[in-house]
Design a protein around this ligand. Structure first.
Ligand code: 5AD
Ligand code: SF4
Length: 475
């Protein structure tokens, strides 16, 4: 075993997956080799999430596992990265479980920090930056399939949703130079990638201005267009959109380019205007519904997904019912649903009482999940009999003889493998479904060259066009 093997485990959002790829690049550049086995690591890194308490508890659980490995290999150095590192800072050393602490803007310093820790010093860098976007670093792709990649287009968040810890752990918002984004995506296409997901906490506020006279301003709509133009065979996704900022320009750009997928992740959080105000979301229930109406007008078959929080401070049964009724109005295609978890030092923790009892939060969440499953099953049933273009991402977990992939609407489809391969675009006829998955049969031989069957044309489709990753979408 060499003495420069780095193992990295990633928790939380897609942004963390993307950050771990940047970390791998930085460590390789410094002479380290990545390993996927903790047992052969000299440095074990854990990239963490602080958005809810249970995300942090999982990380603590893993740190005890790392500690056992340290008993077998006493020179193993353990480093905590990401949002928990930023939130807990120095205190992380108290339990004797970590040797290195690096916040989200400190990854360039990691090789130094590892060196310091190897010399027996406390190694910590949790400085947040106003500029860091890691724009010049070519991420080392750690996904197994070589089909779909995440590309960070911005970092941080300037919204202060009262429940959310992200602005404190990831700092202020900054956009990445669009030239470096397009270059990275061209390289991915040259290596055979078929899909990119542009990532940011709030992609609609992406903005790049060059020159003192603002001679060139690139908005998110323009960036989306630049990326869609890289190759007609490249599927383009993005997340997360903010209901207060999502412009019609983005919707028209989606409608113009068949290779921009018909899916928008638009977290609502609550259906009650009173709750939305307490959450500082800066839109009302009606304004959210107007955004949805606009999406449906411009892109009728667009899938819409969301995030919902149950049991935020002072939420009444009436507020909860407003969430249920909004869910019925919108019928989200998928949703990430959570019970409120108070995060230290957020505005809500400082100013509001976390007064919905745990049992009641759980009850409301269960009701929200049950309704969502019912509505998404109905949505999926509408797909039966239709043929969808599926980009194959891998072999199904259930059977070696089945493949899985996604439709432009981001719905997971499982179908018999036959002659099809990972990375193919396959026309699949949907024959059955559950609330989470579509089951189909390939309806045609592979057509690998083009999304939406469009043979590379950019002809606008008018009103009729079109995250992968482990769990939670963003943030
Ligand atoms: N408690 C519960 N859910 C939260 N989220 C963010 N902060 C909290 C919290 N304190 C949810 C929001 C956000 C998603 C990524 O996580 O729904 O959109
Ligand atoms: Fe920013 Fe999203 Fe957190 Fe709001 S919920 S503060 S938009 S990261």
């Amino acid at each position: 075993m060499g003495n420069k093997n780095v193992y990295i485990e990633t928790y939380g959002c897609q942004m963390n997956v993307s950050d771990s790829e940047v970390v791998a690049s930085i460590m390789q550049e410094a002479g380290y080799t990545m390993t996927d086995r903790l047992s052969s690591a000299n440095v074990a890194l854990i990239n963490t999430c602080a958005v809810r308490d249970n995300a942090e508890q999982r990380v603590w659980g893993r740190l005890y596992v790392f500690k056992q490995q340290k008993r077998r290999n006493p020179s193993l150095l353990v480093g905590m990265l990401g949002c928990m590192a930023e939130r807990l800072k120095e205190d992380l050393f108290d339990k004797g479980l970590v040797d290195i602490v690096a916040g989200p803007d400190a990854y360039r310093d990691l090789p130094n920090l590892v060196q310091q820790a190897a010399n027996g010093q406390k190694a910590i860098n949790v400085l947040l930056s106003r500029e860091e976007t890691y724009a010049d670093i070519a991420p080392v792709r750690m996904d197994a399939n070589g089909v779909a990649a995440f590309v960070s287009i911005m970092r941080g968040c300037n919204n202060v949703c009262t429940y959310c810890v992200v602005p404190y752990t990831r700092g202020g918002e900054r956009s990445r130079n669009p030239d470096t984004i397009v270059r990275e995506i061209r390289e991915l296409v040259a290596r055979g990638y078929k899909e990119v997901t542009l990532l940011g906490q709030n992609v609609d506020s992406y903005r790049w201005t060059e020159g003192s006279e603002a001679s060139r301003t690139v908005t998110f709509a323009r960036l989306l267009e630049l990326v869609a133009q890289v190759s007609p065979a490249l599927r383009v996704r993005f997340a997360t959109s903010h209901p207060k900022d999502m412009s019609n320009g983005v919707l028209y750009t989606m409608a113009m380019y068949p290779n921009i997928c018909d899916h928008i992740h638009l977290p609502v959080q609550s259906g009650s205007t009173r709750m939305l105000e307490l959450m500082n979301r800066k839109y009302t229930r009606d304004e959210y519904l107007q955004r949805i109406a606009k999406i449906r007008e411009i892109i009728p078959q667009c899938a819409i997904s969301t995030d919902i929080i149950a049991g935020f401070c002072s939420e009444t049964q009436e507020d909860h019912e407003a969430t249920l009724s909004l869910m019925r109005d919108v019928a989200f295609d998928y949703a990430f649903m959570f019970q409120y978890s108070e995060r230290p030092n957020t505005k809500a923790a400082r100013h509001f009482k976390d007064d919905v009892p745990a049992e009641e939060k759980k009850r409301r969440l269960t009701e929200i999940i049950a309704l969502h499953n019912e509505l998404s099953l109905k949505n999926n049933e509408k797909e039966i009999g239709q043929t969808q273009e599926v980009l194959v991402e891998g072999v199904s977990k259930r059977s070696e003889d089945e493949l899985f992939g996604r439709t432009p609407q981001n719905k997971v489809v499982v179908f018999p493998k036959r002659q099809h391969r990972i990375g193919d675009y396959v026309q699949v006829k949907i024959i059955r479904c559950s609330s989470a998955t579509l089951i189909g049969e390939a309806a045609s031989p592979p057509a690998p060259q083009s999304p939406a069957g469009e043979q590379g044309s950019y002809a606008p489709e008018g009103a009729t066009i079109n995250s992968k990753g482990q769990r939670p979408v963003i943030k």
